[in-house]
Design a protein around this ligand. Structure first.
Ligand code: ADP
Ligand code: MG
Length: 258
């Protein structure tokens, strides 16, 4: 029998992103494999958010390639070079990529359930009852089954972020990108969000997590990626990265957290 290795969910090759004269990402290559939890760490301004945003094509990259499950996201290859896909094709391709941000941005005038089901409701052809059921299942997963009819303003920050996670889950994505999901929370609310993320990791959901929570990375990540100045400087198992960092930049970065 021929061994067929798992295909990466996300394949990033030589990704470059410039803002005018400034290069925010200078040639990133990274694979994210099925069911892998990859934590991205690095100093502020090193390009972590830009990497996630380009991966989800919320931001157009300057050159390189991002493939989601073998399909180029955002661009099409033609003999004349890369051509931007139509908005419709981009939306379809992006549907498998969930995103959770630092600021959860829930709609204040919508109930928790309506916030969670807004995405699926905009997807054509799914009956309302089914959408509602999926929303409830997603909310149960983040421990908020009893909060469907509340408004976001009546929830704590931790609960709001769990709603945002349920909102991502309701789209049934194949990978979820988290950008510092606990950075805007009061310290006592961080744990409940990390617990939900741990549980998703245990269920085998593929996750990329930009975080400053080194304890979470050490405990949950299969791989930790250290970025600095728009580059991947070092990556490996959490044990290797935290206990035997090789590059001086990573050593210096870790020193600031000890
Ligand atoms: P991180 O998330 O690691 O803190 P970012 O990806 O947000 O870093 O930013 C990387 C660099 O790119 C920073 O120097 C930032 O100022 C710059 N940058 C990010 N977004 C923009 C933008 N829209 N326009 C200009 N520069 C940007
Ligand atoms: Mg950031």
């Amino acid at each position: 029998m021929i061994y067929d290795p798992p295909k990466p969910v996300i394949k990033i090759r030589n990704l470059v992103k410039s803002f005018g004269p400034f290069t925010a990402l200078s040639g990133i290559s990274l694979d994210i494999n099925p069911s892998e939890v990859v934590c991205i760490i690095g100093p502020s301004g090193s390009g972590k958010s830009t990497l996630l945003r380009c991966t989800a094509f919320l931001e157009e990259y300057t050159s390189g390639e991002v493939e989601i499950e073998g399909r180029l996201l955002g661009y099409r290859k033609t003999p004349a070079g890369m051509v931007r896909e139509s908005e419709r094709n981009i939306d379809t391709a992006r549907r498998n990529v969930g995103m959770v941000f630092q600021h959860f941005n829930l709609w204040p005038h919508m109930t928790v359930l309506d916030n969670v089901t807004l995405g699926p409701r905009l997807t054509k052809g799914v009956p309302a009852a089914e959408v509602s059921e999926k929303g409830r299942i997603a909310l149960a997963k983040v421990g908020l089954a009893d909060f469907t009819d509340r408004y976001p303003s009546r929830l704590s920050g931790g609960q709001q972020q769990r709603v945002a996670i349920a909102r991502a889950l309701a789209m049934e994505p194949h990978v979820i990108l988290f950008d510092e999901p606990t950075s805007a929370l009061d310290p006592q609310l961080v744990g409940e969000v990390l617990d939900v993320m741990k549980q998703l990791a245990n269920e085998g959901i593929t996750m990329v997590v930009v975080t400053h929570e080194m304890g979470f990375a050490a405990q949950v990540a299969n791989r930790v990626v250290f970025m600095d100045r728009g580059q991947v400087v070092e990556q490996g198992s959490p044990d290797k990265l935290f206990n035997e960092p090789e590059s001086p930049r990573l050593q210096e970065f870790l020193d600031t957290w000890r």
